[in-house]
Ligand binder design. Sequence first.
Ligand code: NAD
Ligand code: USQ
Length: 412
Amino acid sequence: MRVLVAGGDGFCGWPTALHLSANGHEVAIVDNLARRAIDEELGTDSLTPIASLQARVERWRQLSGREIDLEQGDLGDPQLVHDLFTELRPEAVVHFAEQRSAPYSMIGRQHAVCTQVGNVVGTLNLLFAMHELAPSCHLVKLGTMGEYGTPNIDIEEGYIEIEHNGRSDVLPYPKQPGSFYHLSKVHDSHNIFFACRTWGLRATDLNQGIVYNVQTQQTRSDPTLLNRFDYDAVFGTAINRFCVQAAAGVPLTVYGEGGQTRGFIDLRDTVRCIELAIETPPPAGQMRVMNQFTEQWSVMQLAQIVYEVAQEMELSPSIENIDNPRVELEDHYYHAKCSKLIDLGLQPHLLGRETIASLLDEAVRHRDRARLQTVLPEANWRSVPYWGSEPAIARDAALQSAAARSNSPASM
Ligand code: NAD
Ligand code: USQ
């Protein structure tokens, strides 16, 4: 299949592009390098040294003999999206290309607006391009489990049958997201659902849980293909972040009581889920929703597993319950369904000591690169500034600088 991977320079997008290419799909990447620009804005960087996108793609071509087309650009630009569809004629678009950090979206008004406008407009441009230029193309859109929040009932996969006043219907599952970022995904889901119903488009909304692990078979095959490893308080996520904290000898930061329970998925399963989704498109007019995670854990359980494995590896871990910067339940019911991808053939890598040990190994290997001043959270959900104290985004300057660096042969 001809597959456009939007956001193919990112943590999930890069390994997915390689996985699809390795498995015979014709892959093109579009990315505006915003993630690298945000690293500059926040004064952080991937723990692993990552090559420029050009160098990555060129190395992949040398190693595999397979081309990946590359377009540097922003999905917010309608002309760019139009040209991508006319030139590439994609049969599937895998859409990772959004600002994906909840804490980033809660830094202040500008960051919230930038997150919601960027995410919603990018998805709208894809929907309009599909409608006009490629009505049978399949949109595989990355949503998030956080769209549902933590309701006191079981979470279904996208839709729920409701009986009301003697009548019943199957309706989109109620959403109670926990940040302006998570809200942007809800807005996207509504827009996609509408476009499918109104224009007969086909889409899969993948409500993905928190992704852990860093490398896949392809990214570990050569240093130039290494995937990014985020650990800072804005982009680092539970498990990966705990492993870097243990390796760097700083406390594992459990927010509040740590009873917050979420769905988790190994990166190696993410790439396989995307492959399964693109190979089984839903019928025209349907937005299929699948919950893309494989098991659920509380934050404290995870911290304890990392703590134990780190001790076995003779690191000196400690766990600290710090004030929760977020507004979220720390003790709640959580039971989310996740059988649709298993039914399509996913064979999950469940979280085990081996995976934690390999993450800790990787974190130890690169721990000298860790910028420890970025580890403690600053954004606080209770006091999100309108302006004044909010740091500037400096998006254009940072994007230009990221682009300039990526044009040099191998910015490692
Ligand atoms: P990431 O930030 O590492 O990657 C996103 C990529 O998209 C970056 O390379 C960025 O430069 C690019 N991008 C952003 N906005 C763009 C735009 N307007 N035009 C073109 N390119 C743009 O994020 P990730 O962790 O790889 O997440 C990918 C997707 O999966 C996101 O949509 C995210 O919401 C979703 N998701 C991620 C996780 C997770 O744990 N990482 C979990 C659930 C869902
Ligand atoms: N947490 C801690 N300590 C930390 C970091 C996080 O206790 O050091 C807690 C948070 O308070 C939260 C939970 O761990 O309760 C998860 O936080 P996270 O930062 O690991 O993940 P989250 O902000 O939910 O976002 C990540 C990705 C996002 C994706 C989402 C999937 O950044 O792109 O959408 O996971 S989900 O959570 O299912 O919505």
